[in-house]
Design a protein around this ligand. Structure first.
Ligand code: CA
Length: 393
Protein backbone atom coordinates (compact mmCIF):
# COMPACT_ATOMS: atom_id res chain seq x y z
CA UNK A 1 0.00 0.00 0.00
CA UNK A 2 2.84 2.40 0.82
CA UNK A 3 4.27 1.88 -2.64
CA UNK A 4 0.89 2.47 -4.25
CA UNK A 5 0.39 5.64 -2.22
CA UNK A 6 3.78 6.96 -3.27
CA UNK A 7 2.68 6.52 -6.87
CA UNK A 8 -0.70 8.19 -6.24
CA UNK A 9 1.04 11.06 -4.42
CA UNK A 10 3.27 11.59 -7.45
CA UNK A 11 0.19 11.61 -9.72
CA UNK A 12 -1.38 14.14 -7.35
CA UNK A 13 1.55 16.53 -7.88
CA UNK A 14 1.26 16.08 -11.66
CA UNK A 15 -2.50 16.79 -11.44
CA UNK A 16 -1.88 20.00 -9.46
CA UNK A 17 0.46 21.26 -12.18
CA UNK A 18 -1.37 20.06 -15.27
CA UNK A 19 -5.04 20.42 -14.28
CA UNK A 20 -5.39 22.76 -11.30
CA UNK A 21 -2.83 25.39 -12.32
CA UNK A 22 -4.34 26.09 -15.78
CA UNK A 23 -7.83 26.38 -14.25
CA UNK A 24 -6.52 28.66 -11.51
CA UNK A 25 -4.68 30.83 -14.03
CA UNK A 26 -7.86 31.25 -16.09
CA UNK A 27 -9.64 32.28 -12.85
CA UNK A 28 -7.13 35.08 -12.30
CA UNK A 29 -4.85 33.36 -9.79
CA UNK A 30 -1.15 34.29 -9.96
CA UNK A 31 1.63 31.72 -9.97
CA UNK A 32 2.94 32.99 -6.66
CA UNK A 33 -0.47 32.57 -4.97
CA UNK A 34 -0.77 29.06 -6.41
CA UNK A 35 2.66 28.08 -5.12
CA UNK A 36 2.24 29.68 -1.70
CA UNK A 37 -1.02 27.83 -1.14
CA UNK A 38 -0.12 24.44 -2.58
CA UNK A 39 3.64 23.91 -2.31
CA UNK A 40 4.35 21.02 0.05
CA UNK A 41 0.70 19.92 0.14
CA UNK A 42 0.26 16.14 -0.01
CA UNK A 43 -2.91 14.00 -0.07
CA UNK A 44 -4.66 13.49 3.24
CA UNK A 45 -5.28 9.75 3.15
CA UNK A 46 -7.58 9.43 6.15
CA UNK A 47 -10.49 11.49 4.75
CA UNK A 48 -13.76 9.58 4.33
CA UNK A 49 -15.16 8.70 0.92
CA UNK A 50 -11.88 8.76 -0.98
CA UNK A 51 -11.49 6.72 -4.14
CA UNK A 52 -7.80 5.77 -4.20
CA UNK A 53 -6.60 4.15 -7.45
CA UNK A 54 -5.27 0.63 -6.81
CA UNK A 55 -7.14 0.27 -3.50
CA UNK A 56 -10.54 -1.10 -2.56
CA UNK A 57 -13.16 1.62 -2.30
CA UNK A 58 -14.18 2.80 1.14
CA UNK A 59 -17.54 1.20 1.90
CA UNK A 60 -18.51 3.54 4.72
CA UNK A 61 -21.02 5.33 2.51
CA UNK A 62 -22.79 2.16 1.43
CA UNK A 63 -23.10 0.95 5.01
CA UNK A 64 -24.40 4.30 6.22
CA UNK A 65 -27.43 4.33 8.45
CA UNK A 66 -30.52 6.45 8.42
CA UNK A 67 -31.06 7.42 12.04
CA UNK A 68 -34.40 8.58 13.41
CA UNK A 69 -34.70 12.26 14.43
CA UNK A 70 -34.68 11.68 18.22
CA UNK A 71 -30.87 11.66 18.45
CA UNK A 72 -30.68 15.05 16.79
CA UNK A 73 -32.84 16.66 19.46
CA UNK A 74 -31.23 15.46 22.70
CA UNK A 75 -32.50 17.68 25.51
CA UNK A 76 -29.00 18.50 26.80
CA UNK A 77 -27.80 19.74 23.45
CA UNK A 78 -30.93 21.85 22.94
CA UNK A 79 -30.60 23.40 26.40
CA UNK A 80 -26.89 24.16 26.05
CA UNK A 81 -27.36 25.72 22.65
CA UNK A 82 -30.31 27.83 23.79
CA UNK A 83 -28.59 29.05 26.98
CA UNK A 84 -25.28 29.92 25.35
CA UNK A 85 -27.06 31.46 22.39
CA UNK A 86 -29.19 33.66 24.63
CA UNK A 87 -26.07 35.11 26.27
CA UNK A 88 -24.41 35.69 22.91
CA UNK A 89 -27.53 37.42 21.58
CA UNK A 90 -27.10 39.95 24.39
CA UNK A 91 -23.35 40.31 23.92
CA UNK A 92 -23.75 40.96 20.17
CA UNK A 93 -27.11 42.75 20.36
CA UNK A 94 -25.98 45.89 18.52
CA UNK A 95 -24.39 44.01 15.64
CA UNK A 96 -27.35 41.65 15.37
CA UNK A 97 -29.84 44.52 15.31
CA UNK A 98 -27.92 46.13 12.46
CA UNK A 99 -27.75 42.82 10.55
CA UNK A 100 -31.48 42.31 11.03
CA UNK A 101 -32.16 45.77 9.58
CA UNK A 102 -29.94 45.01 6.59
CA UNK A 103 -31.05 41.44 5.88
CA UNK A 104 -34.42 40.92 7.55
CA UNK A 105 -33.08 37.82 9.31
CA UNK A 106 -33.81 37.76 13.07
CA UNK A 107 -30.94 37.56 15.53
CA UNK A 108 -31.95 34.23 17.05
CA UNK A 109 -31.89 32.45 13.69
CA UNK A 110 -28.39 33.72 12.90
CA UNK A 111 -27.08 32.82 16.35
CA UNK A 112 -28.68 29.35 16.23
CA UNK A 113 -26.89 28.61 12.95
CA UNK A 114 -23.63 29.86 14.45
CA UNK A 115 -24.14 27.39 17.30
CA UNK A 116 -24.96 24.50 15.02
CA UNK A 117 -22.06 25.11 12.63
CA UNK A 118 -19.18 25.73 15.03
CA UNK A 119 -20.48 25.77 18.61
CA UNK A 120 -20.47 29.59 18.42
CA UNK A 121 -16.87 29.61 17.18
CA UNK A 122 -15.62 27.20 19.86
CA UNK A 123 -15.37 24.12 17.66
CA UNK A 124 -11.89 23.12 16.59
CA UNK A 125 -11.52 23.71 12.85
CA UNK A 126 -8.00 22.41 12.43
CA UNK A 127 -7.42 21.47 8.81
CA UNK A 128 -5.53 23.19 6.02
CA UNK A 129 -8.30 23.95 3.50
CA UNK A 130 -5.89 23.55 0.59
CA UNK A 131 -4.93 20.03 1.64
CA UNK A 132 -8.58 19.02 2.16
CA UNK A 133 -9.88 20.54 -1.06
CA UNK A 134 -7.03 19.28 -3.23
CA UNK A 135 -7.22 15.75 -1.80
CA UNK A 136 -10.96 15.63 -2.42
CA UNK A 137 -10.53 17.27 -5.82
CA UNK A 138 -8.15 14.50 -6.85
CA UNK A 139 -9.50 11.45 -4.99
CA UNK A 140 -13.16 11.85 -4.04
CA UNK A 141 -16.41 10.77 -5.66
CA UNK A 142 -17.23 14.46 -6.20
CA UNK A 143 -13.90 15.45 -7.70
CA UNK A 144 -15.08 18.27 -10.00
CA UNK A 145 -17.09 19.92 -7.21
CA UNK A 146 -14.06 20.00 -4.90
CA UNK A 147 -11.71 21.08 -7.68
CA UNK A 148 -13.95 24.09 -8.29
CA UNK A 149 -13.95 24.84 -4.56
CA UNK A 150 -10.14 24.62 -4.59
CA UNK A 151 -10.04 27.24 -7.36
CA UNK A 152 -12.39 29.46 -5.32
CA UNK A 153 -10.08 29.08 -2.30
CA UNK A 154 -7.13 30.19 -4.44
CA UNK A 155 -9.15 33.21 -5.59
CA UNK A 156 -9.73 34.13 -1.94
CA UNK A 157 -5.97 34.27 -1.39
CA UNK A 158 -5.37 36.08 -4.67
CA UNK A 159 -7.83 38.82 -3.68
CA UNK A 160 -6.20 39.21 -0.29
CA UNK A 161 -9.18 38.00 1.76
CA UNK A 162 -7.10 35.53 3.79
CA UNK A 163 -3.63 34.04 3.87
CA UNK A 164 -3.31 30.32 3.06
CA UNK A 165 -2.20 29.61 6.63
CA UNK A 166 -5.33 31.29 8.01
CA UNK A 167 -7.69 29.26 5.84
CA UNK A 168 -8.67 26.56 8.30
CA UNK A 169 -11.47 24.19 7.36
CA UNK A 170 -13.40 21.16 8.53
CA UNK A 171 -12.54 17.74 7.08
CA UNK A 172 -15.18 18.54 4.43
CA UNK A 173 -13.48 21.77 3.35
CA UNK A 174 -15.96 24.16 5.03
CA UNK A 175 -14.30 27.35 6.25
CA UNK A 176 -14.39 29.08 9.60
CA UNK A 177 -17.19 29.75 12.06
CA UNK A 178 -20.10 29.83 9.56
CA UNK A 179 -18.67 26.76 7.74
CA UNK A 180 -18.80 28.33 4.28
CA UNK A 181 -17.42 26.51 1.27
CA UNK A 182 -14.98 28.84 -0.56
CA UNK A 183 -17.42 29.61 -3.40
CA UNK A 184 -19.96 30.68 -0.78
CA UNK A 185 -17.36 32.85 0.91
CA UNK A 186 -16.83 34.66 -2.41
CA UNK A 187 -20.59 35.27 -2.75
CA UNK A 188 -21.79 35.89 0.81
CA UNK A 189 -18.98 36.68 3.25
CA UNK A 190 -19.65 40.06 4.84
CA UNK A 191 -17.87 42.56 7.07
CA UNK A 192 -19.80 42.89 10.32
CA UNK A 193 -17.33 45.01 12.34
CA UNK A 194 -16.46 47.62 9.72
CA UNK A 195 -12.74 46.92 9.35
CA UNK A 196 -13.14 46.27 5.63
CA UNK A 197 -12.47 42.53 5.78
CA UNK A 198 -14.69 39.46 6.15
CA UNK A 199 -12.81 37.40 8.72
CA UNK A 200 -15.03 34.35 9.24
CA UNK A 201 -12.35 32.64 11.36
CA UNK A 202 -11.54 35.27 13.97
CA UNK A 203 -14.48 37.68 14.03
CA UNK A 204 -17.88 36.86 15.52
CA UNK A 205 -19.37 40.03 13.99
CA UNK A 206 -18.18 39.05 10.51
CA UNK A 207 -19.48 35.51 11.01
CA UNK A 208 -22.94 36.79 12.01
CA UNK A 209 -23.09 39.26 9.10
CA UNK A 210 -22.07 36.50 6.69
CA UNK A 211 -24.78 34.11 7.88
CA UNK A 212 -27.35 36.92 7.55
CA UNK A 213 -26.21 37.73 4.00
CA UNK A 214 -26.42 34.08 3.03
CA UNK A 215 -30.01 33.70 4.25
CA UNK A 216 -31.12 37.04 2.76
CA UNK A 217 -29.71 36.10 -0.64
CA UNK A 218 -31.44 32.72 -0.47
CA UNK A 219 -34.81 34.43 -0.10
CA UNK A 220 -35.49 34.96 3.60
CA UNK A 221 -38.87 36.71 4.01
CA UNK A 222 -38.49 39.50 6.54
CA UNK A 223 -41.23 39.45 9.18
CA UNK A 224 -42.18 35.82 8.65
CA UNK A 225 -41.60 33.07 11.16
CA UNK A 226 -39.88 29.77 10.29
CA UNK A 227 -42.80 27.67 11.53
CA UNK A 228 -44.92 26.52 14.47
CA UNK A 229 -45.27 23.30 16.43
CA UNK A 230 -48.83 22.08 15.98
CA UNK A 231 -51.35 19.42 16.97
CA UNK A 232 -52.55 17.39 14.00
CA UNK A 233 -55.94 15.73 14.63
CA UNK A 234 -56.49 12.19 13.38
CA UNK A 235 -58.82 13.57 10.72
CA UNK A 236 -55.74 15.00 8.94
CA UNK A 237 -53.51 12.26 7.54
CA UNK A 238 -49.79 12.43 8.20
CA UNK A 239 -49.48 11.64 4.48
CA UNK A 240 -50.38 15.31 3.80
CA UNK A 241 -46.95 16.55 4.82
CA UNK A 242 -44.27 18.04 2.59
CA UNK A 243 -43.69 21.21 0.54
CA UNK A 244 -45.47 19.73 -2.49
CA UNK A 245 -48.70 19.80 -0.44
CA UNK A 246 -48.38 23.37 0.85
CA UNK A 247 -51.58 25.36 1.36
CA UNK A 248 -52.66 28.53 3.10
CA UNK A 249 -52.01 28.34 6.80
CA UNK A 250 -55.62 29.42 7.39
CA UNK A 251 -56.67 26.28 5.48
CA UNK A 252 -54.63 24.08 7.81
CA UNK A 253 -56.30 25.84 10.74
CA UNK A 254 -59.74 25.23 9.18
CA UNK A 255 -58.85 21.49 9.02
CA UNK A 256 -58.42 21.50 12.80
CA UNK A 257 -54.67 22.00 13.10
CA UNK A 258 -53.82 24.16 16.13
CA UNK A 259 -50.66 25.57 17.65
CA UNK A 260 -49.44 23.69 20.72
CA UNK A 261 -49.24 26.91 22.74
CA UNK A 262 -52.98 27.48 22.25
CA UNK A 263 -52.58 30.76 20.39
CA UNK A 264 -53.90 31.26 16.88
CA UNK A 265 -51.61 31.66 13.89
CA UNK A 266 -50.59 35.33 13.41
CA UNK A 267 -52.95 36.97 10.92
CA UNK A 268 -50.15 37.81 8.50
CA UNK A 269 -49.00 34.17 8.47
CA UNK A 270 -52.53 32.75 8.11
CA UNK A 271 -52.84 34.40 4.69
CA UNK A 272 -49.60 32.83 3.46
CA UNK A 273 -48.69 29.28 2.48
CA UNK A 274 -47.24 26.76 4.87
CA UNK A 275 -46.64 23.06 4.74
CA UNK A 276 -46.97 20.24 7.22
CA UNK A 277 -43.76 18.70 8.53
CA UNK A 278 -43.68 15.49 10.59
CA UNK A 279 -40.07 14.21 10.59
CA UNK A 280 -40.94 11.14 12.67
CA UNK A 281 -44.45 10.70 11.28
CA UNK A 282 -46.97 10.16 14.09
CA UNK A 283 -44.10 9.28 16.47
CA UNK A 284 -42.91 12.83 17.11
CA UNK A 285 -43.88 16.49 17.04
CA UNK A 286 -45.59 18.06 14.02
CA UNK A 287 -45.08 21.50 12.51
CA UNK A 288 -46.56 23.92 10.03
CA UNK A 289 -43.54 25.57 8.44
CA UNK A 290 -43.12 28.56 6.12
CA UNK A 291 -40.97 29.47 3.15
CA UNK A 292 -38.26 30.53 5.62
CA UNK A 293 -37.92 26.91 6.70
CA UNK A 294 -36.98 26.13 3.11
CA UNK A 295 -34.40 28.96 3.22
CA UNK A 296 -32.83 27.35 6.31
CA UNK A 297 -32.52 24.14 4.30
CA UNK A 298 -30.42 26.06 1.76
CA UNK A 299 -27.81 26.23 4.53
CA UNK A 300 -27.98 22.48 5.11
CA UNK A 301 -30.31 20.24 3.11
CA UNK A 302 -31.90 18.51 6.07
CA UNK A 303 -35.28 18.87 7.76
CA UNK A 304 -33.85 18.12 11.19
CA UNK A 305 -31.10 20.73 10.75
CA UNK A 306 -33.62 23.44 9.86
CA UNK A 307 -35.88 22.36 12.69
CA UNK A 308 -33.02 22.44 15.19
CA UNK A 309 -32.17 26.01 14.15
CA UNK A 310 -35.77 27.23 14.26
CA UNK A 311 -36.56 25.56 17.56
CA UNK A 312 -33.37 26.62 19.36
CA UNK A 313 -33.88 30.14 18.00
CA UNK A 314 -37.37 30.24 19.52
CA UNK A 315 -35.96 29.13 22.86
CA UNK A 316 -33.34 31.91 22.78
CA UNK A 317 -35.77 34.60 21.75
CA UNK A 318 -39.02 33.67 23.46
CA UNK A 319 -37.81 31.42 26.26
CA UNK A 320 -40.13 28.61 25.19
CA UNK A 321 -39.46 25.16 26.58
CA UNK A 322 -38.83 21.94 24.71
CA UNK A 323 -41.01 20.35 22.07
CA UNK A 324 -44.57 19.76 23.22
CA UNK A 325 -44.53 16.20 21.89
CA UNK A 326 -41.52 14.00 22.53
CA UNK A 327 -39.50 12.18 19.88
CA UNK A 328 -40.05 8.43 20.21
CA UNK A 329 -37.11 6.06 19.96
CA UNK A 330 -37.45 4.49 16.51
CA UNK A 331 -35.56 1.87 14.53
CA UNK A 332 -32.40 2.87 12.67
CA UNK A 333 -32.02 1.37 9.21
CA UNK A 334 -29.20 0.70 6.81
CA UNK A 335 -29.67 3.11 3.94
CA UNK A 336 -29.53 0.15 1.57
CA UNK A 337 -32.59 -1.37 3.31
CA UNK A 338 -34.49 1.92 3.08
CA UNK A 339 -33.56 2.11 -0.59
CA UNK A 340 -34.87 -1.42 -1.21
CA UNK A 341 -38.18 -0.48 0.47
CA UNK A 342 -38.39 2.68 -1.64
CA UNK A 343 -37.86 0.70 -4.82
CA UNK A 344 -40.65 -1.71 -3.85
CA UNK A 345 -42.98 1.21 -3.15
CA UNK A 346 -42.04 2.83 -6.47
CA UNK A 347 -42.84 -0.42 -8.26
CA UNK A 348 -46.34 -0.19 -6.72
CA UNK A 349 -46.77 3.35 -8.05
CA UNK A 350 -45.92 5.40 -4.94
CA UNK A 351 -43.81 8.57 -5.22
CA UNK A 352 -41.02 8.29 -2.66
CA UNK A 353 -39.13 11.32 -4.00
CA UNK A 354 -36.33 9.16 -5.41
CA UNK A 355 -34.92 5.95 -3.88
CA UNK A 356 -32.07 7.59 -1.96
CA UNK A 357 -32.07 5.57 1.27
CA UNK A 358 -33.32 8.56 3.29
CA UNK A 359 -36.72 8.76 4.98
CA UNK A 360 -37.76 12.16 3.63
CA UNK A 361 -41.23 13.70 3.48
CA UNK A 362 -42.28 11.96 0.24
CA UNK A 363 -41.14 8.59 1.53
CA UNK A 364 -43.01 9.18 4.79
CA UNK A 365 -46.11 10.18 2.79
CA UNK A 366 -45.80 7.08 0.61
CA UNK A 367 -45.57 4.91 3.73
CA UNK A 368 -48.73 6.53 5.12
CA UNK A 369 -50.59 5.93 1.86
CA UNK A 370 -49.34 2.31 1.76
CA UNK A 371 -50.51 1.76 5.34
CA UNK A 372 -53.96 3.16 4.55
CA UNK A 373 -54.28 1.01 1.43
CA UNK A 374 -53.30 -2.05 3.46
CA UNK A 375 -55.86 -1.40 6.18
CA UNK A 376 -53.52 0.03 8.82
CA UNK A 377 -53.60 3.32 10.68
CA UNK A 378 -51.21 5.70 8.95
CA UNK A 379 -48.09 6.50 11.03
CA UNK A 380 -45.87 7.68 8.12
CA UNK A 381 -42.72 6.18 9.59
CA UNK A 382 -41.39 2.66 8.99
CA UNK A 383 -40.41 -0.08 11.39
CA UNK A 384 -38.66 -3.38 10.78
CA UNK A 385 -41.89 -5.38 10.45
CA UNK A 386 -43.11 -2.98 7.78
CA UNK A 387 -39.86 -3.23 5.82
CA UNK A 388 -40.19 -7.01 5.90
CA UNK A 389 -43.85 -6.87 4.80
CA UNK A 390 -43.09 -4.53 1.89
CA UNK A 391 -40.16 -6.71 0.83
CA UNK A 392 -42.61 -9.65 0.52
CA UNK A 393 -44.96 -7.81 -1.84
CA1 CA B 1 -14.49 42.54 9.50
Amino acid sequence: MAQNRNAVAADFQVWLGSTVWPKAQRAGVSRSTFETALSGVTPKWDLPDLVIPGERADTTQRQAEFRPPAGYFAAGSLNTNANTGRQLMQRHAQTLARIERQTGVPAQIIVAIWGRESSFGNARIPHNAFQILSTKGFLSTRASYFTNELIAALQMVERGYASPAAMKSSWAGALGQPQFMPSNYLKYAADGNGDGRADIWGSADDTLASIGAYLRDHGWSAGRDWGFEVNVPNTVSCAMEGPHQARRISDWAAMGITRVNGRSFPAAEARENGFLLMPAGRYGPAFVVTSNFTVLKAYNESDVYALFVGHVGDRMRYGVGGFNSGWSALDSFARSDVRAMQQKLEAQGYDVGGADGLIGNKTRGAIGAWQTRNGMAATCYPNRAMLAAIAQQ
